[in-house]
Design a protein around this ligand. Structure first.
Ligand code: GLC
Length: 435
């Protein structure tokens, strides 16, 4: 609830359960405004865990946290450390359901977790191992990105992730949140809203879909869900590209990779977004890098027209993703009547995909009809998507800090178990020391 003021202090742990890595950070917020120090360790997220059991998942995560603490605090007598856990799936962080996972996204498929609160089994796994950690806040990556970015740049009003998944968060007045009406919170109190816009248009009434979008959806672990995300997010870009090439090859009127064995290309999800990035990044007129990539990854010998087709296809897929992303940002700006804003954005697609930023900025200019003169190099666009601060590290720590501060002030709305939250932590021993 609310933005940080830049003066939050304390030591916090942050945990991010991403698709490929598990990241654990210790974040120190010093007295200086908007500053932070961070140490981090990354642990591989074994692929089997994503479709394994809930016990294996929580056990593995608790083991990593234990290793982190043993490594960085060997032999120390520790207070319970407050933890901000970035759990980037549609889980309720609201007053009604707390940490209930609505549904897995991004290729996760672990039985017995959907529809349940993820916090108790996670805390149980920590307790079993005697790890000195108090879970203080469960957050979404977009919320972390929003808060971390706003900590260092007060113009930030929206946080976005364009990565394996895609989503955004912004600040809403409690008075405009119908499902919280019964709480009678002050109407102008701010609360972060995780939009879960990946699920936009699940009914397929707004956005035109290609046959390839339909295949992606049908073959996914959760057909009918995350319709918008499946057109944008990094997880699906390579697959879209692959599906088009296979379809063109199988169409006997189109002679592409004719007479060649496309066995590798037929394997679902054999290409990821970095493949498309490389195709779009090929600096050579004769597309020789694309040629070599097709040879090494797919054992295909491509002619010049085939290479040009691959390049154009990557451009189309990448451009659609960037322009749809901009629609989401524009929708929030319109809803909130933001005439100017910074949008803190993170994620592999935003950071690494060629031209993604420029294409998104161009789409915003078209949507808002900004005067092209103002869009010239020297002038800045009124709404700018900028690189975010580290949301799942600094953002998670800040949200933990803000939560502890609220508990200390007796503002318990939305706090699940206020008594237990501070127990054994520094904040309990030194309540006068404001976080
Ligand atoms: C998926 C998740 C969402 C997350 C996004 C970016 O859309 O459902 O919670 O914010 O990916 O990681």
């Amino acid at each position: 609830m609310g933005f940080p003021n830049g003066y939050e202090t304390g030591t916090f742990l942050a945990l991010d359960m991403g698709g490929t890595n598990l990241r654990v950070c210790e974040v120190i917020l010093p007295e200086e405004k908007g500053e932070f120090d961070i140490i981090q360790s990354k642990y591989r997220m074994p692929e089997e865990l994503k479709t394994g059991t809930a016990d294996e998942l929580w056990g593995y995560i608790a083991d990593c946290l234990q290793q982190f603490i043993e490594y960085h605090h060997e032999g120390e007598e520790l207070d319970q450390l407050p933890l901000g856990f970035t759990f980037s799936y549609p889980a309720s962080q609201d007053y009604i359901d707390h940490g209930v996972l609505q549904r897995w996204t991004k290729g996760f498929d672990i039985d017995g977790v959907e529809g349940k609160d993820v916090v108790p089994p996670f805390e149980e796994a920590l307790k079993e191992r005697g790890v000195p950690i108090r879970l203080t806040a469960l957050i979404n990556d977009t919320t972390g990105t929003l808060i971390a970015s706003a900590y260092t740049d007060t113009e930030v009003k929206i946080g976005c992730i364009f990565g394996t998944g895609c989503n955004a968060a912004y600040m809403e007045n409690c008075g405009s949140i119908p499902k919280l009406a019964h709480m009678n919170l002050p109407p102008d109190t701010l609360m972060a809203i995780n939009c879960e816009w990946g699920a936009f248009d699940n009914e397929h009434v707004i956005l035109p879909r290609t046959p390839y979008d339909v295949v992606i959806d049908n073959e996914s672990p959760r057909p009918g869900q995350q319709a918008f995300e499946k057109m944008i997010a990094g997880l699906y870009l390579g697959e879209l590209f692959r599906l088009v090439l296979v379809d063109l090859h199988d169409n006997k009127e189109i002679h592409i990779f004719e007479g060649q064995d496309i066995g590798t290309l037929r394997k679902p999800y054999s290409l990821d977004a970095s493949f498309l990035s490389a195709v779009e990044d090929d600096p050579f007129e004769n597309l020789s890098e694309t040629h070599d990539l097709l040879a090494s990854k797919l054992s295909l010998r491509a002619t010049k027209p085939e290479l040009e087709l691959c390049r154009r296809l990557a451009e189309l897929i990448g451009t659609r993703a960037a322009r749809l992303s901009a629609c989401g940002v524009a929708a929030i700006c319109k809803k909130k009547n933001y005439e100017t804003a910074h949008v803190g954005a993170d994620g592999s697609v935003f950071n690494k995909y060629p031209h993604f930023k420029a294409r998104g900025a161009q789409a915003l200019r078209e949507i808002f009809d900004w005067d092209p003169k103002k869009g010239s190099k020297s002038a800045r666009d009124p709404v700018e998507i900028v690189a975010a601060e580290d949301g799942s590290g600094v953002g998670a720590a800040l949200i933990a800090a803000l939560t502890i501060k609220r508990v200390q002030e007796g503002q318990l709305a939305g706090i699940k178990n206020a008594g237990a939250m501070l127990k054994g932590t520094k904040a309990e021993k030194q309540p006068e020391e404001q976080v």
